[in-house]
Design a protein around this ligand. Sequence first.
Ligand code: FEO
Ligand code: CA
Ligand code: CA
Length: 750
Amino acid sequence: MSEEIEDHRLFNHSENEPFSSVLERRIARRSVLRGGLGVAAATMLGGFGLAGCSSDSDGDDDDGDMAAAMMLAFEAIAGSQQDAVVVPGATAQDDAAVGAGMAAAVAASGYTAQVVVPWGTPITSDGAPWRADLAFTPSIQENAVGMHHDGMWHFPISEETASSNFIFALNNEYIDQLALFATNPGGLPTGYARDADGNVDYQGGGRDADEVRTEINAHGVTIVELRRGDDGQWSHVMDSTYNRRFTSATPMNLSGPVAGSDYVKTAYSPTGTETRGTNNNCANGYTPWGTYLTCEENWPNVFRKDEGRENDDNRLGIPSGGTRYYWEAPAGDASEVDGEFARFNATPSADDATGDYRNEPRTFGYIVEIDPYTNTRAVKRTALGRFRHEGCWVGKLVEGEPVVFYSGHDSRNEYIYKYVSDAMWDPSDANRTDMTRSDRLAIGDKYMDSGTLYAARFNADGSGAWLPLTPETMVPDGSQTLAAALGLEPGDLAGVIINTCDAADIMGATPMDRPEWGAVDPTSGEVYMTLTNNSDRTAEGTDPTYTNGGTSDDELGVGFSKAPVNAANPRPNNSDGQVIRWREPTPGETTFDWEIFVFGKVPSTDDENISGLSDQNYFSSCDGLWYDDRGDGNGILWIETDTGGTDYTNDQVLAVVPQGLNKGDSGAVVNESNQSQLKRFAVGPNGCEVTGIFATPDRTALFINIQHPSNWPADDSVNEQDATAVTSGEVRPRASTVVIQKSDGGQIAV
Ligand code: FEO
Ligand code: CA
Ligand code: CA
């Protein structure tokens, strides 16, 4: 989700090392290591160690002596600003092609792009066929694809058909109320009005209960079977036994250290073991045992807490006085069931927590595991921490070593985390193509309910440390335990998790430029993560400032509204973002080496063009990320953006082969001499962000998501159509998945 649309509140209050001179120290270190390479910023941040750096012996860019690195075999496309998706070799189709419903003729060497499962597509016969003037009800939306597509993944139904028929899991992050209620009088939700400037505001007179239920049902996760036909076109399988929706109202289980604790007891679940709904599901992950991970990001804004606020409410930004969509407004409606609306107001109203919903927000902020194959409940894995989780990515798997997951907190000056399982990896637990098994969530219990959560510290010398967030950990000055520093009882792991962000402050984690997606190279184990931008990153030497009236970093629940540059986040008022990369000796290690893989830059910003970007790859605000392993140690790192559009192009997809940057030197980073290997592959329609990404196992189909387009897809009367068709006139916009395929049926990008 873009910052323009959702202000990512930033509440990190810590005064962790501002690293005011770290960039210079790191430049100096690289200069020494590389002797003779000079101190240009573009080169100083490159390469894990000497061996990789020196492998490009002739220092040129001809790659003539590269033996193994894969190369990208498409021409970078130009930037685009139109109501259409653009892919290499395809020409935008006119309206005539749209009615045919399919991606039409493209250049022989080009690519097609097809719209699949746009918002509102019915997945069961209990729903309603999509049409441009369809009036949504709670039932219609609950039986249809949700809104604002984000993270997604695929789950094979059989090994043989894994690239042409699979269960598709899709996050539906948030909603556009105007599109959802476009058929209402005035095109507005009931109780809303436009002011003189055209802004739409809630009028405060109460909300229609069914409209709220419809909004709730447009959120969450869509599970739907997809199939590629003999003609190469994709469609969904109506009424598949796998099809189902998880919404912001679906009953779910809590698991791990927080489950059953006093922190999560509510009137709905006095035992603190259940809750309803998953919300604002942004990026995703998957497990080696065949389950989907959906991640709760900007969930705090659907709750309010007007009184009785505690540290975590302030730190995570639970609003007071109102909520994002006013889902609490119909509370007390005659049709309300089990406080379905009242639960969004967490202000205490009863004698104790089992009589109200003061703890409802504490049942959100987690990684949620879903078994897409069975009709089981989703499980919130509390051991992986509680914050605004962008996503969750499994690390390199090594038999007999812990299973690790990486996750970032997407808010300005927040942290990167790593979870390390207590259980050691047993490869026999990886069995995702066995459709008969029903124990996937039990395997999840084994690896994801018991382990240690760490936060990342990025040192100025290119080293890093994972800082354990356990009650017994001693704080950095050795004066007390982390539990004591947080004001908790000894051994209160649930309390540490509820207060994950404050725990990370105290331990000295490094405030980052809004961590978004991660990606893992399964061969090297290297981890990449996008840091999208940070308007609250201040210049070297400035003092940090705090929100919520806080004045110091030993005050809990305050938040770090502005933090000065540090080594990993070296640009003040960072508009364009960067991709960071780190490498650990083994998955369970608590140390790592890191570097910046590429710095974003577009012509219109003041940011320094450290990576030497050019017309074929200018990008800003990297967000989505996927390491597309192609074997032999090669892979494509796909980078997606969420700028809300720049002066140069709409949001886009770029590709780079890390191993191809410097003649097989996997330690190389993008710089002025090799950035021609970073290529723009696709551009989205006006107003959108491009997010979510995977390819079929045979790599012949690349799936991306177009979220919040302003006037696309071109024909609002059909479900499957050419994504490259330019819209004429105005349509009811629909977020959608787009499948990109090569017209000759070959592998994408090579
Ligand atoms: Fe939902 Fe951080 O993007
Ligand atoms: Ca995102
Ligand atoms: Ca974003």
